[in-house]
Design a protein around this ligand. Structure first.
Ligand SMILES: NC(=O)c1ccc[n+]([C@@H]2O[C@H](COP(=O)([O-])OP(=O)(O)OC[C@H]3O[C@@H](n4cnc5c(N)ncnc54)[C@H](OP(=O)(O)O)[C@@H]3O)[C@@H](O)[C@H]2O)c1
Length: 298
């Protein structure tokens, strides 16, 4: 049994992290504002607070912290410094949006990262600043924790509670055509939220530290769609020109490198990637049980 502090933990990916940690017998403390699904995990200790003023974290010791709610470098710096002598390991949920190039195939974790736009405040957020904030948050953690920090870079995270690639889960659950406003040969990487949760826990308990591309190997949208379609009998063909653009990737190759990352370092550190049809089957069953997936991320 290990004492873990989870920053976030109640919405999409975080739910899988908390469920897996509780299943493994760990003692969990959640820190969030208490707005998203309050009372979801009665077995966990709950600390209420905002990342901007994390006073509730001034007391307590944990083996590790998993940071799922770090979108601003200012927020991550506050918790990093506040917890530095009271947690052994700090695992940060970063993103594949950190890379400077969106076209170069085969990027490892050492590829060039996005610059910080001059004149921007540490607590200012726009979607254009999502990647730059993650880059700087990773650097803050490396400075404060060294090898005790891990930064996990993922992209499309799918599974129950999480968005999928548009209407795929819902379409397959209800006999409609899966829609996809992307090139059929568009490269794509993905990861089941349950595999990502297991990897986050593994790094937080045993290490190693550093940055990790936590993604599947590269496939194409057509191959991925076929894998999802194989989850149900008699799935309809994909509609590659849907009237509603729920899931869009640039068609001109300008984003292809983002989904051809090397995952070798993460796999060597223990990342396991289940086949896409297993994620699809879990999503379809979850939707058939009456759940509605959240909209795709942009
Ligand atoms: N596709 C993906 O899912 C994907 C891909 C790459 C990276 N990521 C990263 O994964 C992380 C998010 O995953 P998730 O949304 O699934 O996580 P989550 O942990 O399930 O949900 C977000 C949590 O953060 C809490 N929170 C939000 N704002 C807060 C604030 N100001 N102060 C304190 N707590 C706050 C929310 O609770 P309250 O509302 O109650 O505060 C909620 O528990 C992010 O760091 C994201 O960048 C996700």
């Amino acid at each position: 049994m290990t004492r873990l502090l989870i920053l976030g933990g109640t919405k999409n990916l975080g739910r899988h992290v908390v469920e897996a940690a509780l299943r493994d017998g760990h003692e969990i403390t959640l820190f969030n504002r208490g707005l998203t699904k309050p009372g979801l995990f009665p077995e966990a200790k709950q600390l209420i607070g905002d990342r901007a003023t994390p006073d509730a974290l001034e007391v307590g010791e944990w083996h590790g912290v998993i940071d799922l709610s770090g979108f601003l470098v200012g927020d991550v710096r506050r918790t990093a410094e506040l917890l530095r002598h009271r947690v052994a390991r700090y695992t940060f949920m970063s993103s594949i949006a950190v890379y400077a190039s969106k076209t170069q195939p085969g990027m490892t974790e050492d590829a060039e990262l996005l610059p910080w736009p001059a004149g921007t405040s540490d607590d200012e957020f726009t979607m254009d600043l999502y990647g730059p904030h993650k880059v700087r948050a990773e650097r803050v953690l490396a400075e404060v924790y060294g090898e005790r920090a891990a930064s996990v870079r993922s992209g499309f995270v799918v599974g129950p509670y999480n968005p999928d690639f548009g209407n795929w889960g819902e379409a397959l659950a209800t006999g409609k055509a899966p829609e996809c406003a992307a090139r059929p040969d568009q490269p794509i990487q993905h990861l089941d939220a349950r595999d990502l949760a297991a990897f986050l826990l593994r790094l937080t308990i045993d290490g190693p530290g550093g940055a990790f591309n936590a993604v599947s190997s590269t496939t194409t949208m057509a191959e991925l769609a076929d894998a999802w379609r194989s989850a149900v009998p008699d799935a309809l063909p994909v509609d590659w020109d849907p009237a509603v653009d729920r899931f869009h990737l640039p068609n001109d190759g300008s984003n292809d490198g983002t989904f051809q990352l090397s995952n070798a370092r993460a796999v060597a550190a223990g990342l396991q990637v289940r086949p896409a049809e297993k994620s699809a089957r879990a999503c379809v069953e979850w939707i058939k049980a009456g759940n509605t997936p959240p909209p795709p991320p942009h």
